[in-house]
Design a protein around this ligand. Structure first.
Ligand code: FES
Ligand SMILES: [Fe+2]
Length: 454
């Protein structure tokens, strides 16, 4: 007969002891407002802040990096991103009107250009108006629309970097669908998931339900690489006689790409398939974030039948956004996993394990960049080969490579995962026009080489 063992009093009361030892969040990486170390670090980069479709005939109020700002499109077509409050008597410009040129405050009609220049002060004596126009400035940020996303730079004007053009912005045959996903928690815990490839096997497959493909439930062999500002996590899985290498990536501070959501289950060969999304995790404030992205559809992205709003939600979080509490409990997705940690998770309370290596490295790298900036050293910008796009890697390759008889298949998978990533990285030496064909040809040659060695 099984004996029921009662926990001792001491064991039962551990909660009491542990509750007294609560640690605090990590302000160096989680605070994003103006003047905070991480907030200033993030302000050295262009970020998407909204979808073009958010901006209609009336101004659009939003909060980004802890600042309340107004995004508008003048009737002349230019976009502006300005501080919320009119410098006259602080009325909110969300009630302003978008003019042929600039935005006009609703209260007394002052008119501001997209760069914040005060253009008109109706109702004031001309000599006063001209003085005001010289001395008063509305805060404004550079902004640009690109393929349906609105990007802004909110840092010091003299430090503005070139607008980064990644390879993923223009892959032949790929259609990009803009979307955004709200997360009611700090930006860093949303970002963490990209370098946590093993959560795909648990959250998205074994625990919640099969949200993408069943084969993702296989744990696979994890790999990891760093290259400049890029941190890459790979998961190499055996699917019968195939080997499926899924590449997730972060380019610091917040550019993310991942393997396909629905494009492959590892049963068919696929050479240098590209990410299901090209995505940035953008802080709204310390306790709220957006994932703002394009979902990528086509032969090298996800299948076009998912090119709907619901499809984008599933690609982003594994589940639809708007669900009952019970549905979320029964089938949690990324939002539940990350928001459930609390508004700002406490790193000092975590117990990181080997599968969290990418997350640990990411935090170290970010902390160093934040501290360097505090010390006066500007953070690096993503770089591209001369005249070419910035190269990214997120996506999937599936090659035919049966397990070797009597061999150590885990070691074999590891070797293949590393070699495939090496080939993809070596493609950087090629021009944009040649790179993908070269990588695909090299992957096929490697597959043949493995077949000969069998
Ligand atoms: S408060 Fe804006 S014009 Fe007066
Ligand atoms: Fe996820």
């Amino acid at each position: 007969m099984n004996q029921i063992v009662e926990p001792t009093g001491a064991a039962r009361c551990q909660g009491y002891q542990l509750s007294k030892q609560r640690n605090a969040p990590d302000p160096e990486l989680t605070q994003v407002g103006p003047g905070t170390p991480c907030g200033e670090y993030l302000r050295r980069y262009w970020h998407p802040v909204a979808l073009a479709e958010d901006v209609g005939e009336v101004p659009y109020k939003l909060r980004i990096l802890g600042e309340d700002v107004i995004l508008f499109r003048e009737r002349g077509g230019r976009y502006g991103l300005v501080h919320q409050r009119c410098p006259h008597r602080l009325a909110s410009l969300e009630y302003g009107t978008c003019e042929d040129r600039g935005i006009r405050c609703c209260y007394h009609g002052w008119l501001f250009d997209v760069d914040g220049t005060l253009l008109e002060t109706p109702g004031q004596p001309e000599e006063v108006g001209s003085k005001l126009r010289e001395s008063v400035q509305l805060g404004a940020y550079p902004v640009r629309e690109y393929k349906g996303l609105i990007f802004a730079y909110m840092g010091p004007p003299e430090k503005i970097p070139p607008f980064p053009i990644y390879d993923a912005f223009d892959i032949p045959g790929m259609t990009l669908m803009p979307y955004k996903a709200p997360f009611h928690c700090n930006w860093l815990q949303v970002l963490d998931a990209i370098l946590d490839p093993i959560h795909t096997s648990f959250l998205h497959s074994r625990i919640s339900r099969v949200q993408f493909t069943e084969a993702l439930g296989e744990l696979g062999v994890l790999g990891f690489a760093e290259r400049g500002m890029q941190i890459v996590g790979t998961n190499t899985r055996r699917v019968n006689d195939n080997v499926w290498i899924r590449v997730n990536e972060l380019i610091l501070p917040n550019f993310t790409q991942a393997g396909a959501a629905f494009a492959t289950d590892g049963t068919k060969v696929r050479y240098f398939g590209r990410s299901s999304f090209t995505r940035w995790v953008v802080p709204i404030d310390d306790e709220n974030s957006w994932a703002i992205a394009w979902a990528c559809f086509g032969e090298r992205g996800d299948p076009p039948q998912w090119m709907t709003r619901e499809g984008c939600e599933l690609i982003e979080q594994g589940e639809l956004f708007d669900r009952t509490y019970e549905e979320k409990q029964r089938h949690p997705g990324d939002a539940e996993a990350t928001e459930g940690m609390g508004r700002i998770t406490v790193h000092a309370d975590e117990h990181l394990a080997p599968s969290d290596r990418g997350i640990a490295v990411m935090r170290q790298r970010m902390r160093k960049a934040v501290r360097d900036l505090v010390a006066g050293k500007e953070p690096p910008q993503p770089t591209a080969p001369a005249g070419q796009t910035i190269r990214s890697l997120g996506g999937d390759t599936v090659i035919h490579a049966p397990a070797r008889k009597g061999g150590d298949d885990e070691a074999f998978l590891k070797e293949i995962g590393k070699k495939v990533l090496d080939i993809q990285m070596a493609g950087d030496a090629r021009s944009d026009a040649e790179r993908d064909d070269w990588v695909i040809a090299e992957l096929k040659a490697y597959e043949k080489q493995l077949a000969v060695a069998q």
